[in-house]
Ligand binder design. Sequence first.
Ligand SMILES: *Cc1c(COP(=O)(O)O)cnc(C)c1O
Length: 524
Amino acid sequence: MTMLKEGRPTAPAHVNKEHPDPATATRNRALMLEEPLIFEIGSTETTGVDFTPVDKPASRLGGLERKRSIGLPGLSEQETVRHYTRLSRQNYAIDLGLFPLGSCTMKHNPRLNEKVARMPGFADIHPLAPVATVQGALAVIHELAEWLKTLTGMAAVAMSPKAGAHGELCGLLAIRAALEARGDARSVILVPESAHGTNPATAAFCGYKVEDIPATPDGRVDLAALKARLGPDVAAVMITNPNTCGLFERDMKAISDAVHAAGALVYCDGANFNAIVGRVRPGDLGVDAMHINLHKTFSTPHGGGGPGSGPVVLSEALAPYAPLPFVEKLPDGSFALVEEETAGEHHAGSFGRMVAFHGQMGMFTRALTYILSHGADGLRQVSGDAVLNANYILRSLDGVLDAPFGGSGPCMHEALFSDKGLAEGFTTLDIAKGLIDEGFHPMTMYFPLVVHGAMLIEPTETESKAALDQFIMALRSLAERAKAGDEALKGAPYHAPRRRLDETLAARKPVLVWIEEALAEAAE
Ligand SMILES: *Cc1c(COP(=O)(O)O)cnc(C)c1O
């Protein structure tokens, strides 16, 4: 905790020789305002609200009432608003600048999406409202579902999963239901080395044994190794395509054929669909289930754990096992919700529910707005521009940063670099911290695990050439400093509200409550 109370960072001499950086009495730096924790400004003895005193009611908590004060700080409305506004200015956002996080697809979210999502007919409806009163909302879910099926060439789609990882769970539950229905419960899921961490986690969560499939030296699934491992105990393979090295799995059809021949099913992690939307239909590649991150490919904002939406497209083989409820268009053109009570024999195979209701309505409206405003041709251009931008970064840093797969042709939507060639003692972390001083969010680091000191950069299609050039210039400068062994880089960031924190301690012993004893315990 002491680190929070330390003085704000002072830049070393090299940062600005012309103008010294004098300390201010307030520790504010012009518009960059130093902000303490809310517990440090608000007294727990005061309240910002003028309540009428009430007689202490008789407790109905059976002796379980709180013994000590709840300890919430009391602030006036203005103090509260200022606190959160000041904090928000210390944050980085897609609306401030380029967000190069690989494997995340942080793209601009058009304001039109927000306007539509906030229309009262979508925003203010209740999931238990009678179906006859929410026909428009159901029509939106249905139309989006049709688009997703068309874009992926798949037979069905489950709209309710609320994130990519939740979609993976949905896909594996459908796969398990299909295998059990044919009396062939299998126990192993194969996951390539380069998989996103959520893939093995989901398989393990479902109770499967997870086994690795190695990558080839050019960063793709080793088809021969996969074929050699297939057998009667393998339920499915989970393959990310394009993969987390930013490469298209060219053998995808051969992989699917081999997996199907062995009686197993193919799960495709479609979080990187942004790179291929409008160009490749996963259904044509033999995929049985794939989640789509609406909050990546279809622009809706994300971060900090939500909100997200991860619809799962399903092949003919898996469609009968899709979760309930779902929207069905009736012959008279109206829409119905198929629930347990109404599913009937036709959907008797459903594995159950993923969520209490129907999924993320706000994300559905945003995604459909994005799709309709782009049209089919516009979506095709999205993937083209996203891939072009990533290759522009990859080639612009030729000879500056090591690109482990740069020699094996163009990348897809993200460019992957390693720490090879940095001076002794300099790491990917130093470059990431340097980027903060340069006014950028760092790239994804140390992922994928198959590359040493990985730096994974995904610019997306929404960045202009001018923005890319500025980012490349910053990265080039940092790479050159790290290669030349510029010691000052090891102290970066100098200009951020906080310097280098003890991230391991923060992850291992997070202090999530403001209680003096807890703080003392954590300090030990
Ligand atoms: C983002 C991502 C996921 C997980 O999606 P969430 O919505 O964060 O749960 C899975 N796989 C890949 C390749 C991803 O990029």
